[in-house]
Structures are given as structure tokens and as C-alpha cells.
Design a protein around this ligand. Structure first.
Ligand code: NDP
Length: 307
């Protein structure tokens, strides 16, 4: 594959201005420009969305996200189109976000901000606040995101347990379970943080049985993908008190529909799939793309290759 023209698709503006990335890559040999709709002469594209027209033009697609569940992997394989992703860059941003949400729920920060809006000077109920110190968090998925969460949770004194397919010892975790022992891994946790990719194996991974197994004072944090959690079962579990609360960055349908009961639950924090938002995001993507352009020149394997 030879890349003469690298397009930056306008859809990356979901995360950063496309021009910023184009400028950061301007010194590379390929011509770099912002593109939308017309891909004549474009050999490779960096994108947020999938446009089916890519398939008739480009040889390489780079997604600015870690998740690649929106791309037609079989079709890409058939057409010999390379797909690379942006895993590896979200450990700090999503790690801090997830720990921030846990801190908010434990220390009642969200409640104080809500009361500030109403100019109310009032303590939370005496028995609502608690400290994260010594509480168990089970992190389901121990890749970039999961290890980013584990490291920070360990740093503030939480007892970190993990779940991954390969039960290898992982830094900052006390114990690592395989997915077949998921219920055992989550039954004692005060927080369950979901950080797996969305695959056929993880769709609905957390559902009614898992919420039933969780402690009644437990919270679910989902920073992965909406469908990894059975959202109806989650709403039922929250409404019936089977678990206490949740911090949700991702949903089965995004934006979260106006009539979702999740919007108005006191102990549910809703954010707009923004856990990875970071002013340096475009620089991190530029580093991966630059590395791969250089690898192509040197006829070396691409990093973060998915297909
Ligand atoms: P990685 O590939 O680095 O890590 C994935 C982890 O999930 C691995 O530890 C893997 O196990 C584990 N895993 C895979 N399948 C299962 C399973 N069936 N049960 C338990 N664990 C499993 O990915 P990232 O950490 O970079 O990203 C993870 C996902 O998070 C992305 O795919 C994306 O969907 C989402 N994401 C969301 C963001 C947001 O803004 N909210 C931002 C970035 C990512 P093993 O180590 O054994 O292979």
C-alpha cells in the first residue's frame, strides 16, 4: 500500500477540530487534507464515522476511537482494506473520568452541585457519604481503559479486582477472574466498572442475573459501550433497589432519549459518551497515524491493526 493522499474526515469533529489533526500531520510525505463525501484520489482516511463510500476508494481506514464496532469488518477483509484503531490513548482520560464518577457518587459531589443550582446550603443525609478507601472495585476488561481505572483506583486505596479473558496477573489488581467467573468477581464489589469492547461475547454481559448477584449498595459504571449492559435490566435493578446507582457514559441508544427514566434518577450520573474528551486527543491520534505512515514507508507491520 502506498499513501499519497491522507484524508481527515470531517466526522472527527465529534472529538476535535479536523484542521488540528491535519496541521499536526502536515509535515508527513503524503498530502493531508480535510475530506467529506468526495474520496477520489484519497488513499487513506482518519475518521470517527464509517462512510460506506470509503470502501470504493481507500486502502486504509484509521478510526479515532478505540471501539470499532461500527465498521463492517468482514467487508473490509474481503476488500483488503486495512483498519487501525486508537486503543492505547485513553488510559488517563477515561481512567480519571471513571474514578471521578466513583468519587462523586461516594463523596456526594453531584448532590452538592445540584443543590448549588438551587442556592441550597444543606448536608447530604448523614449515612449517604462514604469513602472509596478500602472499597472493592471490580473492573471488567483490563486493557487500556481497565488498567487506567485500576491504576488510579489502587492509588486512592481501593481494592481492585479485574476480569479479562486471559487471567494473567495485571498491575494494580489483587485478583483477576475470567469471564466465566464474572458473578463471583462482582458479588462483593461496591463498584463495577465496565471497560470491555462491544463484541458478540460482551453484548449484554451485565444483565438481570449480574445485577441480582451484585450488592444492594453497589454502583455500576459503564464507560465501554451501551449494549455491553442490558439497559432495561439496569433500569429495573435501579428502580427495585437491587443496586443503588450508576454512572453511565454510554447507552444502547445515543443520545439518550429524552423519555429515558435514567435522566431523573438521583443516584445515576449521565454523561454524553464523553469520558475520553481531552484537549490533547488530536495529538495522541496524530502520534498513532504518524507512526503507521512511517511503518508503511518502511514496509513494517502497522500498530493497532484490527483488520
Ligand atoms: P483494549 O483492547 O485495550 O482492552 C479490552 C479489554 O477487554 C481486554 O483486557 C480484554 O481481555 C477484555 N475483554 C475482551 N472481551 C472480554 C470478555 N468477553 N470478558 C471480559 N473481558 C473481555 O481496549 P480499550 O481498553 O482501549 O477499550 C475498550 C473499549 O472501551 C473500546 O472497545 C470502546 O468500545 C470503549 N471506549 C469507550 C470510550 C468512551 O469515551 N467512553 C473511550 C475509549 C474506549 P484480554 O486482556 O484478556 O484480551
Amino acid at each position: 500500500m502506498h499513501v499519497d493522499h491522507l484524508g481527515i474526515h470531517t466526522s472527527v469533529e465529534e472529538v476535535f477540530p479536523p484542521e488540528r489533526l491535519a496541521e499536526a500531520l502536515a509535515d508527513l510525505d503524503p498530502n493531508v487534507s480535510v475530506v467529506e463525501g468526495d474520496y477520489d484520489g484519497v488513499d487513506a482516511v482518519v475518521t470517527f464515522d464509517h462512510d460506506p463510500d470509503f470502501l470504493d476508494h481507500v486502502d486504509w481506514i484509521h478510526t479515532v476511537q478505540a471501539g470499532y464496532d461500527k465498521f463492517p469488518l468482514d467487508e473490509l477483509r474481503e476488500r483488503d482494506i486495512v483498519l487501525t484503531n486508537s486503543t492505547g490513548i485513553h488510559g488517563a482520560s477515561v481512567g480519571e473520568f471513571a474514578v471521578g464518577q466513583m468519587l462523586s457518587l461516594a463523596r456526594r459531589l453531584h448532590e452538592h452541585r445540584d443543590k448549588q443550582h438551587d442556592h441550597e446550603w444543606e448536608w447530604p443525609d448523614w449515612d449517604d457519604p462514604f469513602t472509596l478507601f478500602n472499597e472493592q472495585v471490580t473492573v471488567v476488561g483490563l486493557g487500556t481503559l481497565g488498567q487506567g481505572v485500576a491504576r488510579r483506583a489502587d492509588g486512592i486505596g481501593m481494592r481492585v479486582v479485574g476480569v479479562r479473558r486471559t487471567p494473567t496477573r495485571t498491575p494494580h489488581t489483587r485478583e483477576v477472574y475470567t469471564p466465566d467467573r464474572l458473578r463471583e468477581a462482582i458479588e462483593d464489589a461496591r463498584f463495577v466498572v465496565v471497560t470491555t469492547p462491544l463484541t458478540e461475547a460482551t453484548r449484554g454481559l451485565l444483565g438481570a442475573d449480574e445485577f441480582d448477584a451484585m450488592r444492594e449498595d453497589a454502583y455500576l459504571v459503564n464507560v465501554a459501550r451501551g449494549p455491553v449492559v442490558d439497559q432495561d435490566a439496569l433500569v429495573d435493578a435501579l428502580e427495585s433497589g437491587e443496586i443503588t446507582g450508576a454512572a453511565l457514559d454510554v447507552f444502547e441508544e445515543e443520545p439518550l432519549p429524552e423519555d429515558s427514566p435514567l435522566w431523573d434518577m438521583d443516584d445515576v450520573l449521565v454523561s454524553p459518551h464523553a469520558a475520553a474528551a481531552d484537549r490533547d486527543y488530536y495529538r495522541d491520534v496524530a502520534d498513532i497515524v504518524r507512526q503507521n505512515v512511517l511503518h508503511l514507508d518502511a514496509d513494517e507491520e502497522l500498530v493497532n491493526r484490527v483488520v
